[in-house]
Ligand binder design. Structure first.
Ligand code: NDP
Length: 334
């Protein structure tokens, strides 16, 4: 991480690919820890929020200038001096943006089992943080009822695409939006009853025709949230997951927020790492979701970049919407 961006993060300026540090894999002293090789790293929208000055508080700590970025990843153990950690084991957790790392212990890491032979990259997407986001919060906050209509913005990413499928599994009418024709085609493949490109079609008009909406899954905030507030029923549930339309401009104002009162809307903001949500849902998530992914009952789309040197561009692509599915960096093969 090189410098705090003023708008969109600029590859080679905000972040720099630095090849100068090397380690001797065979001889480096593990000091009781273990050597892990990074296989895949996730690129997520919230990384932009970590690119801020150190004094500014938020739910996740800022990146430190001059130090590697970090985010969710999967790695394989190469050598170990740690009891219960064996070469060949795979771990999921927060990884530095490095090809290798020496960890002191497994704190914060989850050992992965993969009896269905799902690609490891999926464990940072539908089977990782974004998938948990959709799965935990849908169960906690949606309270679907027969004949409900749900609107999902940002529908083509790993969060939105799972939300659409969960809502369809609950028998709801799903309206979904995304920012390109290719993404709209994917929304239809996922089962959305109404799918539209918010850049070429007016969201308010669609919601007026196809609504009113009982549930809004918000990934974007801003003008889309305004339209959803207008189209909401009394006592609608708004699941406030993300507001990416404001991530690179210091926020996205919402002019008609007062609708929350008159319509008695229940707005639930949440962070997926909330310990209560994790305790309630995480183990069941890892039991129930991987078999469905393996059988193709849950669909997903991945957008792969190869090599750590592609990270800066990948981060920008996700902020702009140039990713086509869950953005991952394939750092190395097994
Ligand atoms: P995506 O892979 O969907 O990537 C983000 C997408 O946002 C882009 O591809 C782009 O798609 C869309 N976008 C960018 N700018 C705008 C804009 N101005 N208006 C509308 N859409 C825009 O991301 P994820 O599925 O990983 O995440 C979706 C949301 O969920 C994000 O807001 C993220 O911050 C949030 N999130 C929240 C969590 C929580 O704990 N609360 C945890 C994980 C994610 P398009 O082409 O459609 O514009």
């Amino acid at each position: 991480f090189n410098e705090v961006p003023t708008g969109f993060p600029v590859p080679g300026k905000t972040t720099i690919y630095d090849k100068s540090k090397t380690i001797d894999l065979d001889n480096v002293d593990l000091e009781g820890g273990f050597l892990i090789k990074t296989l895949v790293l996730s690129i997520d929208p919230y990384m932009r929020g970590k690119m801020r000055e150190p004094g500014k508080k938020s739910y996740s700590p800022p990146y430190n200038k001059g130090e590697p970025l970090d985010n969710f990843g999967v790695g394989v153990v190469l050598r170990s001096d740690t009891p219960d950690v064996t070469p060949g084991d795979h771990y999921y957790g927060i990884f530095p943006f490095q090809e290798y790392d020496i960890r002191k212990n497994t704190d914060g890491l989850r050992k992965l089992t993969n009896e269905h032979n799902i690609p490891w990259s999926v464990f940072v997407g539908t089977l990782g943080m974004p998938g948990k986001t959709a799965w935990f919060a849908w169960q906690e906050f949606a309270h679907p009822e027969k004949d409900d209509v749900v609107f999902v913005s940002g529908g083509a990413g790993p969060v939105g695409s799972l939300v659409i499928q969960l809502a369809k599994a609950d028998g709801l009418k799903v309206i979904a939006s995304a920012g390109s024709e290719q993404k709209v085609a994917f929304l239809k493949e996922l089962g959305a009853d109404v799918a539209f490109n918010y850049k070429t079609t007016d969201t308010a008009e669609v919601l007026e025709k196809e609504g009113p909406i009982n549930i809004y899954w918000d990934n974007v905030g801003g003008p889309t949230l305004e339209a959803a507030l207008e189209a909401a029923t009394v006592e609608a549930r708004f699941i406030e997951c993300g507001m990416i339309s404001g991530y690179n401009s210091g926020g996205a104002p919402v002019k008609n927020i007062f609708q929350v009162i008159g319509k008695q809307i229940k707005m639930s903001g949440f962070i997926v790492g909330n310990p209560k949500l994790v305790a309630k849902y995480e183990e069941r998530f890892y039991q129930e979701v991987p078999p469905k992914v393996a059988k193709g009952e849950i669909k997903l789309r991945e957008d792969r970049s190869i090599g750590l040197e592609s990270a800066g561009q990948a981060i920008l692509d996700v902020q702009v919407g140039n990713n086509n599915g869950k953005k991952v960096i394939i750092v190395a093969k097994e």
